[in-house]
Design a binder for this molecule. Sequence first.
Ligand code: COI
Length: 354
Amino acid sequence: MRLTTTRTERPKAKPDDRKLGFGNLFTDHMFNMDYTQEKGWHNPRIEPYAPLVLDPATMVLHYGQAVFEGLKAYRTPQGGIQLFRPQANLKRMNRSCRILCIPEFDEGFVLEALKDLLRLDKDWVPSAPETSLYIRPTIIATDPFLGVRASTSYRFFIILSPVGAYYPEGFNPVKIWVTREHVRAVRGGIGEAKTPGNYAASLLAGQKAHDAGYTQVLWLDGVEQRLVEEVGSMNIFFVIDGEVITPELNGSILPGVTRDSVLSLARHWNLRVRECKVSIDDVVAAHADGRLQEIFGSGTAAVISPVGEIRYGDRCLSVGDGAVGPIARRLYTALTDIQYGRAENHAGWVVPVA
Ligand code: COI
């Protein structure tokens, strides 16, 4: 397969790096590739960023057969550009494809195409502190057909968005709301895939949390609403009695790349680390006994996000003294130092682009 490139004739004005929000601005170019049963994945191309023109019967619009990823490119102090663990994201995307009956793609080819796209739009990688270029690879089902089955044709696209912090709080502690009324996913479902349906399932509870003054929802398991799962835009970690604890991957939790990086760094530092079943009652009990030292989330968009308060029923648990905990801070610093190239390339996680 040969990648072709068509440059835009109308480059957009670049935003002010210091005023970036999250996910509202897009660069000049995008990657596109198509799939049909006859040709497999074909016609990979970099083109000017443009709207997709879709038949109203396009399957993804009706049955949600789609997968996506989120990863970032960072500007180094020397002005270079690098990716953080892109192979892990593309591997997870293929895993999501298997769950959603979407044909897998060649991860190595797409990584090289992404690097070409980044080199073309390199001036869009911001350099203000805590900014990056968020990368959104997506695959959608494109048969124009209303019967329920897997599509026979697909579009793969990658768009790029210069971003600042995901949460308005930045690295300051967020407040999260634990719901027993709603569930995000159940084992055997699509909870471990990065697919739009999981996010659609989170909206109503998210709105209620927001109305009650909380930033995010902490999801419990879909069967008994007893075991902690994830936050939807992040995986969740607890520090209890000095031990770093996170819910084990059980089929309904997204296997986060940042989650894996946190576990790996914490083990590298010889901290006590455990992936296990975490019940919300254990968290409440640890809080009551003064053993709950920190809670933080991890995600590509959110990086490390300290949690200052959780609301569970009529209980309001404030975590630590409401300030950022030492382990969250250490992880945030270590991860961002690696991502931005201020520290050595730990475990080969960083892939230089330009
Ligand atoms: C990410 O962290 O990349 C996510 O996909 C979370 C959210 C923006 C959907």
